[in-house]
Design a protein around this ligand. Structure first.
Ligand code: ZN
Ligand code: ZN
Length: 159
């Protein structure tokens, strides 16, 4: 994201609306790397507060591709981000603005992602997609260690 902030950063009381777009094509976190499949340019409202702090406000939607917790099929999720920050006046906002958006995506990240509410997931015995194939395997898990496997992605998200 490139922002020309020289004016608003050097004039006390100045307010400005900027059209911005995010450069990020992927979102990486501890959970992995997720493609950003849709993002719209958005407006950022900037206000210089007494030449000491900068008020940054804006709203945007980004659509991210996230694997289903149960069957790993890619699911697109639109995250609504609302930025409302009051930060020390930065020298340059280029990195800062990207970090803000990154932080907001992290906050908006869904705890649970399912391709459909009743996704049947992947068979723990034969590995087939149980939404497509009725493999007939019994889903009782003989080895308790395998049970931990089932919701391993949820677990990551709850950390
Ligand atoms: Zn699924
Ligand atoms: Zn099976």
């Amino acid at each position: 994201m490139i922002l020309d902030l020289i004016a608003v950063c050097s004039n006390a009381g100045m307010e400005e609306d900027k059209d911005v777009h995010i450069d990020m094509d992927t979102f990486s976190s501890q959970l992995g790397v997720f493609p950003i499949i849709k993002k719209e340019p958005f407006k950022l409202h900037l206000a210089n507060v007494e030449n000491k702090r900068l008020l940054i406000q804006g709203e945007l939607d980004v659509t991210v591709s996230i694997p289903c917790d149960r069957c790993l099929k890619d699911v697109s999720r639109t995250l609504h981000l609302s930025i409302d920050k009051n930060i020390p006046l930065p020298q340059s906002l280029e990195d800062c603005a990207d970090r803000l958006v990154y932080g907001e995506i992290l906050l908006a990240w869904p705890m649970k992602v399912l391709c459909k509410d009743d996704c049947r997931g992947i068979c723990l015995k034969c590995g087939c997609d149980r939404n497509k194939v009725d493999c007939g395997c019994s889903q009782t898990i003989p080895d308790p260690r395998m049970a931990a496997f089932q919701d391993v992605f949820n677990k990551f998200k709850e950390v």
